[in-house]
Design a protein around this ligand. Sequence first.
Ligand code: SF4
Ligand code: F3S
Length: 119
Amino acid sequence: MPEGGKPMTYVVTENCIRCKHTDCVAVCPVDCFYVGEAMLVIDPDACIDCGVCEPECPAEAIKPDTEPGLEGWKALNAKYAALWPNIAARSEPPEDAAAWDGRADKLLDAFGTADPVAA
Ligand code: SF4
Ligand code: F3S
């Protein structure tokens, strides 16, 4: 546990949107991924911070929340983990996943806002 006693978690960030490779799901030991139409999220309360999903993501979309600037994405993950269904098995990514990799403004495009807290 990091300084301050606050549990850490891993979070899914913008580049998951419309890439959805789901390699992350296949390795999570506690099945704490949830799936929406455009992206996946991690339940911060269930994540045990093992870190094995981070290197599995071809889109490099999974980050530890100890990285600066991810507060909004942690909030987005927590919000949608409570609303979306659990996903515990890998599925085929969208056919155009490669075309979406690294594109700008994916959050705005998918959620209608550039602010993850407002998404
Ligand atoms: Fe699952 Fe571990 Fe990734 Fe957390 S860090 S989402 S427990 S694989
Ligand atoms: Fe998304 Fe990467 Fe998982 S693109 S679905 S976080 S493997």
